[in-house]
Design a binder for this molecule. Sequence first.
Ligand SMILES: C[S@@+](CC[C@H](N)C(=O)[O-])C[C@H]1O[C@@H](n2cnc3c(N)ncnc32)[C@H](O)[C@@H]1O
Length: 306
Amino acid sequence: MHKSVMLNETISALNIKDDGIYVDATLGYAGHSSEILKRLKRGRLFAFDQDEEARNYSFEKLAKINSQFKILPYNFVNMKKALQKEKIDLIDGILFDLGVSSPQIDNKERGFSFMQDAPLDMRMNKNNEKSAFEVINSYSEKKLLEIFFNYGEERKSKIIAEKIIQKRSQKEIRTTLELVEIIRNSVGEKYFNLYHPERKIFQAIRIEVNDELNVIKQVLPDAISLLKKGGRIVILTFHSLEDRIVKQIFKKYSDVPEIVKGLPEIPEEYKPLIKLVNKKPILPSIDEINKNSRSKSAKLRIVERI
Ligand SMILES: C[S@@+](CC[C@H](N)C(=O)[O-])C[C@H]1O[C@@H](n2cnc3c(N)ncnc32)[C@H](O)[C@@H]1O
């Protein structure tokens, strides 16, 4: 089962009011959502997940708490439009707990795991067309190299991309373990055992299949515009690329632009929209890392609308 990461820290960062409107952008297995819902009386929770299995499980779980919630079956990138349909223009807080859940990884059919044999898939939303199979069997060598290098930060991306192209010209690459074998043969046993390139390559493919970095870039400005004064965005990231994007966007919206710095009165249109609640990201405790290895790379950032 999925162990929610930094549960106390994230819930306390949301400053939940019992009549507030909250959004969980990444419902998953409702660990965070349950805690939000328990704190609501007249308030409401809108929870997004693009994974049907996660939504079905979490509906049952949340329904046992109270009925102040609605699950929205969309990618969170469409948050603003989906909330408008619900007649919600402004909200008190949003939580993002990015990436995949443990059940998604553990369910071997989903093809996220490099340790279990399954068809190459990795789609969080099974209705999407692009799966890991398309990426591996139809992308150009240059595109594969870019993805492996940028999203996986793998040093041996070039040789791995070359070997994939070579192999697939003989026969389609269909399964996760076939791909792991190609990676192992490209880099050699010693490098493979020492640096685990398969981890990084699988991460890169997952990011590409689910367009994970672009959706963060697109949703954060919308999320900021949805916040009431004093409302908060609380966001957990799990790798440096995600965190860098979040940090840059929060900086942009919390800074006074150079051209108006030093003026006696900052013109309205240049006033920052948010303030950083914590300058540096908050990290999980050693105790949590020992109990839940998935939390190891977590970084928590919090901003507040001003
Ligand atoms: C790390 S899990 C969330 C776990 C949850 N906080 C809990 O405590 O159980 C992330 C979830 O967000 C979903 N997800 C990731 N990116 C998404 C997106 N762009 N739109 C909608 N759901 C997304 C995944 O399907 C997954 O179920």
